[in-house]
Design a protein around this ligand. Sequence first.
Ligand code: AMP
Ligand code: MG
Length: 472
Amino acid sequence: MAILKNSYRDSLSDKFYSDQLPTPVENPETICFNPELAETLELPKELSNPELAIEYLSGKEVLKGTHPIAQAYAGHQFGQFTMLGDGRAILLGEQVVEDDRFDIQLKGAGVTKYSRRGDGRATLSSMLREYLMSEAMFHLGINTTRSLAVMKTGEPVYREQVNDGAVLTRIAKSHIRVGSFEYARYYTDELEAFTKYVIERHDADLLGHENYAIEFLKSVMNRQIDLIVDWMRVGFIHGVMNTDNMSIAGETIDYGPCAFMNAYQPKTVFSSIDRQGRYAFGNQPHIAHWNLAILANSLLPLIHTDEKVAVAQAEEVIQSFPQEYTEKYQHMMRQKLGLVKAEHSDQQLVEDLLNLLEKHKVDYTNFFTSLRFQSIEEKLQSDAEFKAWHSRWREAFNRTNNQSEGSVLMEQSNPIIIPRNHLVEDVLKRATEGDMSPFNALMIKLSNPYKPQESQLVPSEFDQSYQTFCGT
Ligand code: AMP
Ligand code: MG
């Protein structure tokens, strides 16, 4: 019996993948390893013992009996339809733990059929960045792919400068994307077989449903709304929400130019290529909605044989997005404010607060921390408008006779520690110089983000010139 499964390869036609071994590297070295995740996944010793894993998680060796693949997909990148695929990622296989199935993928493992002009490789800095950000999201309690290891390849990677190369082992519920459905719709006649495979994997309870495609669309939409609400809760900016970077399983995926917002400014963009602000913090719900419309369009032939009927049914689902999102967003914001009993006026309270935070450029995370600990952010202390807001909030907070419940809500929804941009850049710089201790120390802090501790101070002006990059 093979150590890893590969239901994707076993169930789908080879239009959906190409067999692809990682390109071996000469002198791999373990830079970081996640033993706790290896244990949760009950991985075989070849992938869980750091000594043995060097060979397998760098791509030097391949586990016997496995059939690694690169997956084919398409996607809308900044609104433009493109043919894509794993250009530098290779799926080693799937690990099944009880009822859960996890993809084990090497990112930066060499060229594939889908590499186009790329080199199939990744820099140490960007793979460590993904490791840190994805694990931070996990500890924040947000659905995400996870990171098992970063192995230095011992080979150079050429970008603007020469960098150390590295391979990241990424763990995901699957790597099936909205773009995978676009591919199935346009490049194969196997949309139905593909959709049934995905439903069996992610939404098995929908299988017997008469209109499984529309139910699947609703299910993906619900997961996506929950995910975006969580991003908005902690100030996460994905940075490149192309349809190929949106997981059907509702996990945060593809940590390229992502970053956390400090001062509350919905227009915040850090990605160097996002000049129009398409993927700005405040635009994320709108883009998720747009991406779901693309998914709906791909599913049309399965929704109804009469295209008009199919379009009407799909539109009905897609049009319900704004209301469903708003309800969940409002619920989340009430929790951030510790409001146990919902009232109509809460929406205005939230809106007024966000306007004040934006106007005074207040740190989003630290504001909620101070509210949680009954203090007031310096920038707001002498503001009359804020004082008025604060007494309205206090009244709303005291509406219930169970204030301790409100405090618990605040504690659970307001992190104190997030991966601040200046800290992330600093530990990555030190790591590329060979010193992993600051990276490891930050990782420890990020693994307990809600614990009462000192708030993080952000150097003023840092974000004004801060830029993040794709595909490094
Ligand atoms: P992204 O927007 O980072 O998710 O990447 C978009 C596409 O570019 C995906 O199909 C990637 O596999 C591909 N890609 C990114 N970097 C490289 C690289 N260095 N070599 C080959 N393909 C790449
Ligand atoms: Mg991608």
